[in-house]
Design a protein. Structure first.
Length: 326
């Protein structure tokens, strides 16, 4: 969208047989920076084909009264369907003080305060066109101080099993600027209530510079599967040796994860239809589109830029067809 930054992106085939992409957007005049925490909303676009192009249809989640946990900002949509209902997971924030506008600087102190307000939310509808019923309280709250996840709940990814049992992986950390980690919670239905499956995070590493984020999970053939971004620190090389690459892991119980012997599910070089190759500065928020229970397309947030998060002009959601013969 010419006037907006686009981030995230989760696609599903709707009740009309077409394809619908839920994404985050905020006005480009605000800058990329921290405004995704303060001025974001969730929109829906549609396409006749999985590959797009997707065209804007409507704003799905937007601002409401400040006392709600997600009043002023909604981000990171993840759309699921089960038993006649669409489930839109996301995170939201609210905050005090003025809403920053174009040209307004946001101090690191204020950005951190609002960052720590991130909470997982859920909206539901019986049609991909809505109307959407939005929960007024978070789907999962942080725990009390002393636990690794006492600051935020964010980056939800849910796997809904055929009987409605739902596993949700989320992100949190213990204190400001500490290493971000992943946890897992479970509910008997997609709308909760959710209970954590263990006190400790999943995917723990001996090297403190190994770090992953942006989980995407699904359940197939008796296994939980996960894609997650290799977000390693201090040039440690992480699990793939390529910052921003995707890591693949599987689990029997969604708690104990086996990282694949060749963990890199995808790299950061993109092969285009005209045989050119590009290296975007970011590939984030992996999401999959499924057909007959098999993943057919990978969606990733990306943009043109000089280095990570330093975008020169546009951001968008990239869709990559997968080789279904493998």
């Amino acid at each position: 969208m010419d006037d907006y930054y686009i981030w995230c992106g989760s696609a599903i085939q709707g009740d009309d047989g077409r394809y619908h992409l839920f994404a985050s957007r905020w006005r480009k005049e605000l800058g990329f920076g921290a405004h995704w925490l303060f001025n974001c909303e969730i929109v829906r676009a549609s396409s006749d084909t999985p590959e797009g192009p997707y065209r804007f249809e409507e704003v799905v989640l937007e601002r409401r009264e400040r006392h709600f946990f997600d009043a002023l900002n909604q981000h990171n949509p993840s759309i699921k369907y089960w038993n006649g209902t669409y489930y839109l997971y996301y995170f939201g924030t609210t905050y005090g003080g003025p809403i920053p506008g174009p040209g307004d600087s946001i101090s690191s102190e204020r950005a951190l305060e609002v960052w720590n307000n991130k909470r997982i939310g859920l909206a539901t509808a019986t049609s991909v066109f809505g109307p959407w019923t939005r929960r007024d309280v978070p789907l999962l709250e942080p725990r009390r101080p002393g636990h690794w996840d006492c600051t935020i709940t964010t980056n939800p990814s849910a796997a809904i099993l055929p009987d409605g049992t739902t596993y949700m992986v989320y992100k949190s950390r213990e204190y400001a600027n500490s290493t971000l980690k992943l946890g897992v919670a479970k509910a008997s239905r997609p709308e909760g209530p959710y209970e954590r499956l263990q006190d400790e995070p999943i995917l723990r590493f001996d090297n403190p510079d190994f770090h992953v984020e942006d989980p995407y999970i699904w359940y197939s053939e008796g296994l939980f599967h996960m894609l997650v971004k290799d977000d390693y620190k201090n040039n440690s090389g992480g699990l793939t040796g390529e910052w921003g690459a995707g890591i693949y892991a599987t689990s029997l119980d969604c708690i104990n994860w086996d990282i694949h012997a060749k963990p890199k599910a995808y790299g950061t070089k993109i092969l285009w239809d005209d045989s050119t190759i590009s290296s975007p500065c970011n590939l984030e928020r992996p999401n999959l589109l499924f057909h007959d229970g098999k993943p057919t397309h990978l969606f990733l947030a990306t943009g043109n830029g000089r280095q990570p998060y330093d975008f020169t002009d546009v951001t968008w959601n990239m869709v990559i067809p997968l080789d279904r013969s493998k």
